[in-house]
Design a protein around this ligand. Structure first.
Ligand code: ADP
Ligand code: MG
Length: 263
């Protein structure tokens, strides 16, 4: 599934690339600390890819370099074949990349529906101003997505009144409002009630199958990531120490030594 080199009829070499996301040599330093060290990853259309590693491994920093939240010191980020390394964050967010943060970023004083509409606007939709009535297709979309995470009754509730787990689901749905081609999720299972984890797995799989969102997720909960991911990258001290299927990762001696053996 990696890139293939083809010759088109002009005789020039072109690159056919089914990677939704590719990073090449991404390096990010904070003073003397190399938080992310020369990292290559690729995520292909339709995949659910995990990113794991001990605390401080550089996982969130790598995500920040991909989303334009931080500028990498070295390396390249490509989204669907387009070099976005120097793009500002808002422009990347409007080009089909969604991101859920580790901490929730909901506006607690606004209704759930307004939060969803604002998220759609951030992703580039014209919502016509929050004081006016948004068009029916956007309202239908909010209803459809809230039903899909079983929170259909909460559209007009102030988001701050929801439980932490419900707020994380709302944030997930907020990202789906933008119909992302690629969704980055930073520890989606963190702080979620264990009884809800299977539901969360179903919701993410549905987003992947039916909403056609390719998923790249950081996760600390090993059962969760091993169940959901097609493929996993492992970081430790900023370096990529392994890549493989969940079975390969669970039996990889370097991964066990650096990470799994300590859990
Ligand atoms: P992870 O998400 O894998 O737990 P992070 O990417 O958050 O790790 O952090 C990687 C390393 O970079 C850590 O040592 C962290 O303290 C450091 N770090 C992260 N962000 C900053 C920052 N803005 N300034 C300085 N150091 C940072
Ligand atoms: Mg982190």
């Amino acid at each position: 599934m990696s890139r293939s080199i083809e010759n088109d009829d002009t005789g020039m070499t072109t690159t056919a690339d089914d990677a939704v996301l590719r990073t090449e040599g991404i390096t990010k330093r904070f003073g003397g600390l190399t938080a992310v060290d020369n990292i290559d990853v690729e995520v292909h259309e339709g995949e659910i890819v995990g990113l794991i590693g001990p605390n401080g491994a550089g996982k969130s920093t790598l995500f920040n370099c991909i989303t334009g939240t931080l500028t990498a010191d070295e390396g390249q980020v490509t989204l669907e074949g387009q070099d976005v390394t120097d793009w500002p964050e808002y422009k990347i967010a409007r080009s089909g990349l969604g991101r859920m943060f580790q901490e929730t970023r909901i506006f607690g004083g606004m209704t759930v529906r307004k939060n969803l509409l604002l998220a759609a606007q951030e992703a580039g939709a014209d919502i016509g101003g929050l004081l006016r009535q948004p068009d029916d297709s956007l309202l239908n979309r909010t209803n459809e997505l809230l039903d899909y995470v079983d929170l259909g009754g909460l559209a007009d509730t102030r988001a701050g009144k929801l439980s932490f787990g419900q707020q994380k689901l709302i944030e997930f749905v907020m990202e789906l409002m933008g119909e992302p081609d690629l969704l980055l999720m930073d520890e989606p299972a963190g702080g979620i009630n264990p009884a809800m984890l299977e539901n969360l797995i179903d919701y993410i799989r549905t987003a992947n199958d039916e909403e056609e969102a390719t998923i790249f997720l950081i996760e600390h909960n090993m059962d969760f990531v091993m169940e959901i991911a097609d493929r996993i990258y492992v970081l430790a001290h900023g370096e990529r120490i392994a890549e493989g299927t969940p079975d390969e990762i669970q039996t990889d001696q370097r991964v066990i030594n650096a990470y799994l053996g300590r859990e």
